[in-house]
Design a protein around this ligand. Structure first.
Ligand SMILES: NC(=O)c1ccc[n+]([C@@H]2O[C@H](COP(=O)([O-])OP(=O)(O)OC[C@H]3O[C@@H](n4cnc5c(N)ncnc54)[C@H](OP(=O)(O)O)[C@@H]3O)[C@@H](O)[C@H]2O)c1
Length: 327
């Protein structure tokens, strides 16, 4: 099969298309013929060894000391099951599916195997492959933070910092769905997009600092990494929750102490890859409650350009890569 291989850490041009062995599904695995995948901020972090402050060594232990241990990046995909292992009962060849491999990567290829009990669900018929490929990475992260440490309740006020990005666009829509009043922070040019996702209010970070606005929020979700507790404390209500999606180790180490001494909650860390969350997101997308935002779409042979676009840190939602003319 053809795969995008990344044999060294570096810029987008370290990614090359190469023929590699097609994986063979084991007993409880399915083989997916991938129709669409994404180049996420996570792929860019790993490819560039550009990890949040303080995580460099730990991340290299996980992802590879001197080069990516898994040379095929890609955290999410949508496709059709081509073959199944002898013990598979939940899926059959021909089923259209959505898979979230997360940190195990491997979706930038024509085929990927997945365990049938992994983060793998049937693709709703109403969702195209490109949209279906773009719901897991940002959606599961936003869902985890808002419902988990965010403990978001109906009627609360939420601020989403980085509201036009992959995680941010999902957070705006999911917070609305959960009954919150939502403020999105983005550049001025993106305010229309963020409003169209359901934000009640938009703050242009180029002309105003939300943390000095005098307003307060029950939940602040920071997907940018520039809103630590020291900056946002006074913008949080007394029992407010600050969700650090993109912070470095120093801010995460301070979080328990800040939570203990302030009455607020400061929480961060990696979001889990849960099949229930993926299934809920797919249902919400099919119902039209959540819309996967697609920044741009590239054919597989231009995946280097897709990396370059994702690397800009200015994308809206997801950068999609298609592997099949039929999508
Ligand atoms: N903890 C976890 O489990 C987890 C999971 C997924 C992702 N992450 C991390 O979360 C972060 C966001 O991921 P993502 O996939 O959403 O990234 P992304 O899609 O690349 O986000 C790009 C967005 O950030 C916005 N932005 C840049 N500077 C900004 C600023 N100063 N204020 C407000 N918005 C700004 C850009 O909007 P403008 O063009 O308007 O500037 C752009 O829309 C990354 O650092 C990623 O590593 C963490």
């Amino acid at each position: 099969m053809l795969a995008a291989i990344c044999k060294t850490y570096g810029g987008p041009d370290v990614v090359h298309l190469r023929e590699v062995e097609t994986p063979i599904p084991t007993d409880r695995e399915v083989l997916i013929r991938i129709h669409a995948t994404t180049v996420s901020s996570g792929d860019c972090r790993i490819r560039g060894a550009n990890f949040p402050t303080g995580f460099g060594f730990l991340a290299r232990l996980i992802f590879g000391l001197t080069r990516p241990r898994q040379p095929i990046l890609g955290t999410e995909c949508a496709g059709v099951i081509e073959a199944i292992g002898a013990g598979v009962t939940r899926f059959r060849p021909g089923d259209a599916v959505i898979a979230f491999s997360g940190g195990k990567l491997g979706c930038h290829a024509e085929y990927r195997t997945m365990r049938e009990d992994g983060a793998l669900i049937a693709k709703p018929a109403g969702l195209g492959f490109e949209e279906a490929a773009a719901i897991a990475f940002g959606g599961t992260t936003a869902l985890h933070f808002l419902r988990g440490p965010g403990k978001l309740r109906r009627g609360e006020r939420v601020l989403v910092n980085g509201a036009s990005g992959c995680v941010g666009a999902a957070a705006v829509q999911l917070a609305k769905h959960l009954g919150a009043h939502v403020t999105g922070v983005c550049s001025g040019a993106k305010s229309e997009l963020v409003r169209s996702l359901g934000a009640n209010a938009v703050i242009d970070y180029g002309s105003a600092d939300f943390a000095k606005s005098g307003e307060r929020w029950n939940v602040i979700i920071d997907t940018v990494g520039n809103a630590p507790f020291a900056r946002t404390r006074d913008a949080l209500t007394e029992n407010g929750r600050l969700l650090l999606v993109a912070s470095g180790l120093p801010d995460l180490l301070k979080a328990p102490f800040q939570s203990m001494t302030s009455g607020r909650t400061v929480a961060g860390g990696p979001a889990p890859e849960r099949v229930e969350d993926l299934a809920l997101l797919a249902t919400l997308c099919e119902a039209g409650t959540v819309r996967p935002v697609i920044d741009s779409s590239y054919p597989f042979d231009l995946i280097v350009d897709a990396h370059a676009r994702a690397d800009t840190n200015r994308k809206n939602g997801s950068v999609v890569v298609t592997l099949d003319a039929r999508v």
